[in-house]
Design a protein around this ligand. Structure first.
Ligand SMILES: C[S@@+](CC[C@H](N)C(=O)[O-])C[C@H]1O[C@@H](n2cnc3c(N)ncnc32)[C@H](O)[C@@H]1O
Length: 279
């Protein structure tokens, strides 16, 4: 699995650049499409990272919160953040490597998968996503009938509207190949048994608070919070730094940003909600 070791390292600084962006939208979709309030739900956060999304849900006291991730480091951060002496919600944390979800059939009212799909394929080709399909089938299995899955993910289309992904479209293609398109994801959800309830794009830089910091690509700490930059080789990073510095010095950086920023149309990421219908 890609980046597993990195995430043990990343866990130490992950929260400096990431929050539970748009968590309120997930809650709204989950309640709307299950017909239940969060207080009455058993929730699983799949590849939970440091538990930012689970932590958002914890304040509403669901019945239970289950957090799984492949990285011990991320799980340890999540435990430190969420552990409390209160009886509700019941909390559990487990190391698990997707596509496996080590729980009984019909265990959860909702599952969420946030910013994870780009990690799942070892040899991405942009065409088939066997591990994503297996993961979706596993989620379907562990959800109760009437349960809902939300997926928050970048799609290749989103990247087309991201100004810094347009600096080197050929390199960006490597990242885009890791990501199912909007259409592919809808097809995979259907193949896994789900019926799609909603698909929306967030038309502002919700998870990239410093998106408009045009000198960001020059700064390692700015790049480090976004896996997009992991597809660059070190030599390509150096080349990019040289070119962006040149654009900054000759005054063309702002114009480049204006020409290539289209997230108000193409979105920063997409949120899908799909249901395991009652038979
Ligand atoms: C970008 S982080 C997202 C974390 C969290 N969902 C969030 O949005 O804050 C990706 C997470 O996926 C986990 N991960 C990557 N591949 C995985 C796999 N095959 N199985 C389980 N977890 C995985 C990583 O350890 C990391 O915690």
């Amino acid at each position: 699995m890609s980046h597993l070791l990195d995430y043990n390292e990343v866990s130490k600084s992950y929260d400096s650049g990431r929050t539970a962006s748009d968590a309120h939208l997930l809650k709204s979709m989950m309640e709307n499409f299950t017909g239940k309030n969060v207080q009455d739900m058993d929730i699983i956060d799949i590849a939970c990272g440091t538990g930012n999304y689970a932590d958002y849900f914890k304040q509403f006291k669901p019945q239970s919160l289950t957090l799984i991730d492949a990285s011990e480091g991320m799980l340890d951060e999540a435990k430190a953040k969420l552990m409390s002496p209160l009886k509700k919600p019941r909390l559990s944390f487990k190391k698990a490597i997707l596509p496996e979800i080590p729980y009984e059939d019909n265990s959860f009212d909702v599952g969420m998968i946030n910013m994870v799909l780009h990690h799942l394929e070892d040899h991405p080709d942009g065409k088939s996503f066997p591990t994503v399909i297996k993961t979706l089938k596993e989620v379907y299995r562990v959800l109760k009938p009437g349960g809902v899955l939300t997926i928050l993910t970048e799609t290749p289309e989103n990247l087309d509207g991201n100004w810094f992904a347009n600096l080197y479209p050929q390199i960006t293609k490597r990242y885009q190949e890791k990501l199912p398109t909007h259409k592919q994801l809808k097809e995979m959800l259907a193949e896994s048994g789900f019926s799609l309830k909603s698909a929306l794009k967030t038309l502002w830089p919700s998870y990239l608070p410093d998106y408009e910091h045009l000198e960001g690509p020059l700064e390692e700490s700015w790049r480090n919070v976004n896996s997009y930059w992991t597809v660059y080789t070190e030599a390509e990073i150096q080349e990019m730094i040289k070119n962006v510095t040149q654009m900054k010095n000759n005054g063309s950086l702002q114009g480049f940003y204006k020409m290539h920023d289209n997230i108000h149309t193409l979105g920063t990421y997409e949120i899908f909600a799909a249901k395991k219908e009652l038979k």
